[in-house]
Ligand binder design. Structure first.
Ligand code: ADP
Ligand code: MG
Length: 260
């Protein structure tokens, strides 16, 4: 089966020319649909650079990146934007919510590009807010939400277009432990019950423990690639998924589906 992601000898050089710094040194990687992967490694090892390339926010200097079998490194800016809109959701350490919009309006933003009637946009935004346990905060402004709640709104916004892949760069970096575990519980739930593929950068081993596969980067190279239990699990398999800590909710199984 075609892997969701395939990287071939991916290289990223910053400032090619004067003082070139090779940040990714020929990464070869495959990620299957339905995996939950943590990318670990010391500061400066290239984690964010790799995630930005995976998120089509940056291009590699050389090498190939196949997303669902399609090579994306040579796509035009417009084509890349379309890929980002339909195939990827991305969350960051900072939440980047618009302060004057309510939670549900923030979540609706990516749908403005889709040709959907306003009531459909609202319904879909509420569905994903429900999925992250925030239906009751839909009308709140970001300033009225806790950091953990803001990150959950950002996750809902990333998922509202129903992408197959969610990327996260240090998503718990600004959160306390309780909220960090809550977010990880949501990720595990999305992975186990919605079949979402998750790739998460974290330097926190406690958070990486939620993933089923852990990659370690060092100096721009993958130096470890460990799978939970030492063997592959099938996408969507729930046999070894423990119940999430805290109360991060049984979601609406339809919300990441394909209906309109
Ligand atoms: P990590 O996320 O693992 O901390 P990064 O991918 O952010 O690492 O950075 C890897 C290396 O690339 C670091 O040495 C960083 O200073 C360098 N770097 C990152 N972005 C740029 C840039 N835009 N220009 C030059 N160097 C950069
Ligand atoms: Mg980083």
């Amino acid at each position: 089966m075609t892997p969701l992601i395939r990287l071939v000898k991916l290289v990223k050089v910053y400032r090619p020319g004067l003082h070139p710094v090779t940040v990714l040194k020929g990464i070869d990687l495959e990620v299957a649909a339905g995996e939950f992967v943590a990318i670990m490694g010391p500061s400066g090892s290239g984690k964010s650079t790799l995630l930005y390339i995976l998120g089509c926010l940056d291009r590699p200097t050389s090498g190939e990146y196949y997303l669902e079998g399609r090579e994306v490194t040579h796509l035009s800016a417009d084509e890349l934007a379309a890929v980002r809109n339909t195939k990827l959701g991305i969350v960051f350490q900072s939440f980047f919510l618009l302060p004057r919009l309510t939670a549900v309006e923030n979540v609706e933003l990516p749908l403005l590009y889709a040709d959907l009637p306003a009531p459909v946009r609202r319904r879909r935004a509420l569905e994903v807010l429900e999925l992250v346990g925030l239906a009751d905060r839909a009308g709140h402004l970001p300033a009225e939400l806790s950091g953990g709640e803001m990150q959950r709104v950002a996750i809902a916004r990333a998922l509202v277009n129903r992408p197959p892949l969610l990327l996260a760069d240090e998503p718990t970096g600004n959160l306390d432990r309780a909220n960090s575990h809550l977010i990880m519980g949501i990720f595990r739930e999305l992975h186990a019950h919605q079949g979402l593929t998750l790739i998460m950068v974290t330097h926190d081993p406690e958070m990486a423990a939620y993933a089923r596969r852990r990659l370690t980067l060092r100096d721009g190279e993958v130096v470890a690639d460990e799978r939970e239990g030492g063997n592959e699990s099938l996408p969507g398999e729930e046999a070894r998924a423990e119940p999430p800590p805290g109360p991060p909710r049984g979601g609406n199984p339809a919300a990441c589906g394909t209906d309109g």
